[in-house]
Design a protein around this ligand. Structure first.
Ligand code: ZN
Length: 341
């Protein structure tokens, strides 16, 4: 009951990549970089275990960015043709590569990462992949001429990758779809279909993370424009309730999402974000427990997975560690209450 997990990423050590920076360049090269990434994964796993996190991740320590880790290995996407575009409906500018030919997966992308992380921990292991719509929104298409067509092709490649990871003993595969809160019409028209294609036939548990973004300024400013209540999920949740996805991860700590909307998710697991990633203030276990209890008014505890609001990669490492501990301790508080009933 109330098994904890994190959205996915953790800060990287300062010897591996520039701290508190998205898309941070690596500070090592060649074999030292390979070794450094693995050391960082091992440390990320130890930090989660020590904090009592039940479903651990590799902290995304081997990827420069949650979309790039996948996209860099896809044939048909040309990284010598970088274009500056406004992503997430122009919320921020990014230099992105160009799709110039049919996309194909050259080889397995995260299999080595999965094998290494699997051998490093006995806890349940979750790995994250970018969702099809978020990939489409973070590359420039000069070949397909249709976001939906490109999205379904990306979904096919993601499904091939996810099947390999599941076969290597990964317990949960999560697709990250921050674009789902931005393009509500496209979610209805092809986004959920692409997500269903990505999870088709997977033997492991699955989840989708749909969020309002990291705690960086562009996102905080955007959230300020969304009004007193964030009701985007009202359109998305009924579609997800009918989809193949196993669980939905969303931000609930300090968010303006009316928690009553959680009841629109049908019988899905709910990864309840109970730790805010937009502030460096570390929550108390009581504060985390309060968010979990609030979610329990709308979702049975058996389907709640206490989680972070989003990835913690932009945070200072000590802050992220404190938040991990608060999450583990807060969930333990509520578990004790439930056991005492
Ligand atoms: Zn997120």
């Amino acid at each position: 009951m109330l098994q904890t997990t994190i959205a996915g990423s953790l800060p990287k050590p300062a010897w591996l990549a520039t701290p508190e920076t998205l898309w941070a360049p690596w500070l090592l090269e060649g074999r030292a970089l390979d070794e450094g990434k693995r050391d960082a994964v091992a440390l990320a796993l130890r930090d989660q275990e020590a904090a009592g996190i039940d479903i651990v991740t590799d902290g995304e320590q081997t990827r420069r960015h949650f979309v790039w880790g996948f996209v860099e290995q896809i044939a048909g996407i040309d990284f010598s043709k970088m274009v500056t575009i406004g992503i997430r409906r122009n919320r921020y500018k990014a230099d992105v590569p160009t799709v110039v030919a049919p996309v194909e997966r050259r080889r397995s992308i995260h299999a080595d990462d999965a094998r290494f992380a699997r051998a490093q921990t006995r806890r349940a292991l979750k790995l994250t992949l970018p969702g099809p719509m978020t990939v489409v929104d973070t590359i420039h298409d000069a070949h397909y001429g249709s976001r939906a067509r490109l999205g379904m092709e990306i979904a096919r490649l993601l499904n091939d990758e996810a099947r390999e990871l599941a076969a290597l003993g990964v317990d949960v595969i999560q697709f990250d779809e921050p674009a789902f809160n931005v393009y509500l019409d496209e979610v209805r028209d092809w986004g959920v279909a692409a997500l269903d294609r990505a999870v088709e036939g997977l033997a492991c548990r699955t989840a989708v993370h749909i969020c309002y973004g990291y705690g960086i300024k562009a996102n905080v400013d955007w959230k300020g424009t969304l009004g007193a209540e964030w009701r985007q999920y009202e359109a998305t949740f009924p579609l997800l309730a009918r989809s193949r996805i196993g669980g939905v991860s969303l931000e609930c700590a300090n968010s303006r999402v009316p928690l009553g909307l959680l009841s629109l998710l049908g019988d899905k697991d709910v990864l309840v974000g109970a730790v805010d990633v937009a502030t460096e203030r570390v929550e108390t276990p009581d504060e985390v427990a309060a968010v979990i209890r609030a979610a329990m008014e709308h979702v049975p505890a058996a389907r709640i997975v206490p989680c972070t609001n989003c990835g913690m990669v932009p945070l200072p490492r000590a802050v992220a560690r404190g938040k991990l501990e608060a999450l583990g301790a807060g969930a333990a508080l509520v578990r004790r209450e439930l056991a005492g009933r």
